[in-house]
Every structure is written in structure tokens, then in C-alpha cells.
Design a protein around this ligand. Structure first.
Ligand code: NI
Length: 204
């Protein structure tokens, strides 16, 4: 649906990424990115889940995925978004087991499998949420595939002295691994629930 391709969130995401990555004067590539943005999100990754098992994008084929990039030390944005996704799944009345709900950390240094195992069970998070971590290189591959940004910044108030600025999106990927929809911090649980139900009904 063109609604999704020209969704302002998607255009904002592309503009943000291009702003960060491209040399000056990228007008033409910006246009191309918006047009093809729908197909450009997603790809291969190899990570470790919160039970210590190696998983890849292939592991999750067969069920749609709901993917969020964040980290356990995030004080507010990540818990708010993960609780919102949990609320949306409840509101949709869909079986949460219909989806793989995945949190991919942008902070592999602190988010060990053990740390994520504790975090994913937090109150209000999606049922069955799986935390995924890896080496910095593996995380960078996953971030690149999903055009997600996790920028390490100094923060003396946080253990370790750093935090992350990061993109705040929930990606809905189909059971075939292909991009379907993206939810931002602006979408309400009701809106996300409606779009999940639409996906269940129409596959889009
Ligand atoms: Ni966060």
C-alpha cells in the first residue's frame, strides 16, 4: 500500500539515515531510498538469544516477527515502547504466539544473554519476548539490515558511564522475512493493534 511507502515516519527514517551516512548533496539517492525503502528493510543476521542459543534470521521464518532495537539500561524509551507493543498485542486479541517478538540490543557490551533473560520478562512486555545479543560486529550487521541506529554516548549517571541514542521503531516482518510495516513512537497501542489485525487478515 502506498500509505506505507510514503508514511512520513518512513521518509523521516530514510532522511535520518541519509543525513547520517551520505556525503553532501544526496538528493537523488534520497528519492530512490524512499521509493525502495519498503524492500530495503531487513536481512540476514546471526545473534545469540537470551538462553545462549545461536539464532539467525532463518531461525524465525514461518512466523511474522516484531523486532525492536534497544537496550536493557535504557531508562524510558525502550520500556515504554516494549510495553506499548505488549499492550497492542493484548488489544488486538491476536495470539501473541503468532509472532516472534524480538529485542535486538544495541548495547552488546552490557546486554549479555543473562542480562537480557532478566529484562525480557519485565511487566507488560510482549509475551514470549526474546532478547538477542552478539558481538559488536554481529550487532552492527543487524542494525545495518534494519537501518537502525544505536549511537554510544557518554552518560556519567549510567553504570559504565555511557548510554545509547537509538532509533525507536518496531518492525513488522512477514513470515517470509520480508518487510510489512513499521511502528514509531507516535503510534498508539490502538493503532498498532489495528495494523496487526489488518496484517493477520490481509497479509499486508
Ligand atoms: Ni531505549
Amino acid at each position: 500500500m502506498s500509505r506505507k511507502i510514503f508514511n512520513p515516519v518512513m521518509i523521516g527514517l530514510c532522511a535520518l539515515v541519509l543525513g547520517a551516512c551520505s556525503p553532501a548533496g544526496g538528493g537523488q539517492s534520497a528519492t530512490n531510498t524512499v521509493v525502495s525503502g519498503e524492500a530495503n528493510i531487513g536481512g540476514t543476521f546471526t545473534l545469540t538469544d537470551h538462553e545462549g542459543q545461536t539464532v539467525t534470521d532463518q531461525t524465525f521464518l514461518g512466523k511474522p516477527m516484531l523486532i525492536y532495537f534497544g537496550f536493557a539500561y535504557c531508562p524510558d524509551v525502550c520500556p515504554t515502547s516494549l510495553q506499548k507493543l505488549g499492550a497492542a498485542l493484548t488489544l488486538s486479541k491476536l495470539d501473541p504466539d503468532m509472532f516472534h517478538s524480538l529485542l535486538i540490543t544495541v548495547d552488546p557490551e552490557r546486554d549479555t544473554p543473562e542480562q537480557l533473560a532478566l529484562y525480557v520478562t519485565a511487566n507488560g512486555f510482549p509475551k514470549g519476548l526474546r532478547g538477542l545479543t552478539g558481538t559488536q560486529e554481529q550487532i552492527d550487521v543487524a542494525k545495518k539490515a534494519y537501518i537502525a541506529i544505536g549511537q554510544k554516548v557518554d552518560d556519567p549517571d549510567t553504570p559504565g558511564g555511557f548510554t545509547y541514542d537509538h532509533t525507536n521503531f518496531i518492525y513488522l516482518m512477514g513470515a517470509d522475512g520480508k518487510f510489512v510495516d513499521i511502528f514509531s513512537g507516535l503510534d498508539t497501542p490502538q493503532e498498532i493493534a489495528e495494523r496487526l489485525k489488518t496484517y493477520k487478515k490481509t497479509g499486508r
